[in-house]
Ligand binder design. Structure first.
Ligand SMILES: [Zn+2]
Length: 378
């Protein structure tokens, strides 16, 4: 029975079109988002919908599909899932239905959301009962999995909405807050010397060791004392470390890269200020500090009292907005002036998993929630 439902059919089709993010595609299995963009574009045009492309990079366009209201446009709602997926071998792009699950790369992250949003748009378009005064704009975004170039390009355009629903596997919870992300590189320098006479050199790894002790001690403690009602504590993770050339040479350089997840109220400036203060006690041995990822990734905090936000919450039969730790396109879209929520079927644990799948019942439920929401718009 499930196999027959349009949203399941659509998701199977979407999974079968590889759209691996080219920036992550080391084995060049796919050719980026373009085949999915083209498929959705053609399907939209066949349904009589007006489409538009927004160039983001060579061969990589955001796809905009417009459903105009019956009357004058007074509001606009964006349905904004991403079209790219993380790498997987070719066989992961053969969709399989196993019991009540649909398996395949992207089934959960986030072609499940693409299928729900797009099918709801098609359903509403064919019902010939569009909202009276709210334009619905489906925005298929490229590059979420790398630098969110798609949502950042959209945010720089002149188009804004009263609300965007960003598709990610939230398990049908409506998410109004998520953490921000900062990558920070620390570097210590020393003086090389022969390993048999370490006293003649200055050891950069030993200097970094002192910095790490401060990070994992005092700094971690200060992070533990901060808290956001929906997001909890900010976090720190030591991601990479590189230093030294071989055991018998005193290392002259050591680099450490941190992943720092921020909560509302924290900014890159405040984080850098705190780190400079932390390492002050090290004097000459203090590492240099720089932000190593240049695109801004601030935390998301959307006002849960916005009328359309409350409407989505009601349609999803939820009492309260939720917070999640991971970064999404909702943050760049918000920076561009469109308040954004995150919503979609699937469990985030499945995202990027070797065997990725989605629960079919949940997929269908998400589709009906989004359709009800669109039908309830003024
Ligand atoms: Zn995703």
């Amino acid at each position: 029975m499930h196999k027959e439902s349009p949203v399941v059919k659509l998701l199977s089709k979407l999974v079968s079109i590889p759209s691996i993010n080219p920036s992550l595609d080391r084995e060049t299995v796919g050719c980026g988002e373009e085949p999915v963009t083209a498929f959705l574009e053609e399907t939209s045009q066949n349904a009589g919908l007006v489409t538009e492309r927004q160039k983001v990079a060579t061969g990589r366009d955001n796809l905009l599909v417009r459903l105009p209201p019956a009357g004058e446009v007074k509001n606009r709602v964006l349905l904004a899932p991403h079209l790219d997926v993380v790498p997987a071998p070719l066989e992961a792009f053969i969709p399989k239905i196993i019991g009540n699950q649909l398996h395949g790369r992207g089934a959960c992250d986030t072609k499940g959301s693409v299928a729900c949003f797009f099918q709801a748009l098609l359903d509403l378009a064919s019902s010939s009962e569009p909202p009276q005064e709210t334009e619905i704009l489906f925005v298929g975004l490229v590059d979420e999995e790398f630098t969110q170039a798609g949502s950042r390009a959209f945010a720089e355009s002149t188009i804004t909405g009263d609300l965007a629903i960003v598709g990610e596997p939230t398990g049908l919870e409506v998410v109004s807050s998520h953490k921000g992300s900062l990558w920070i590189q620390l570097e210590t320098t020393g003086k090389a010397a022969h390993g048999s006479t370490p006293e003649k050199g200055v050891n950069a790894i030993e200097k970094m060791h002192q910095a790490m002790n401060l990070l994992l001690g005092e700094y971690q403690k200060s992070l533990n004392s901060k808290s956001d009602p929906l997001l909890g504590r900010p976090t720190l993770s030591l991601g990479t470390i590189k230093g030294g050339d071989q055991p018998n040479i005193v290392p002259s350089r050591c680099q450490l890269e941190l992943d720092r997840r921020t909560i509302p109220g924290e900014s890159p400036e405040s984080v850098m200020e705190d780190l400079h203060a932390l390492f002050g006690v090290l004097g000459q041995s203090a590492p240099t500090i720089k932000i190593s990822r240049t695109v801004p990734c601030p935390p998301l905090r959307t006002n849960p009292e916005l009328p359309f936000a409350k409407l989505l919450l009601k349609c999803a039969n939820q009492k309260q907005m939720k917070g999640v730790p991971y970064f999404t396109d909702a943050s760049p879209l918000s920076m561009g002036g469109t308040p954004a929520l995150v919503f979609g079927p699937g469990d985030i644990e499945q995202a990027h998993a070797e065997k990725e799948w989605i629960d079919i019942e949940e997929l269908e439920k998400a589709h009906s929630i989004v359709l009800n929401f669109l039908k309830s718009l003024p």
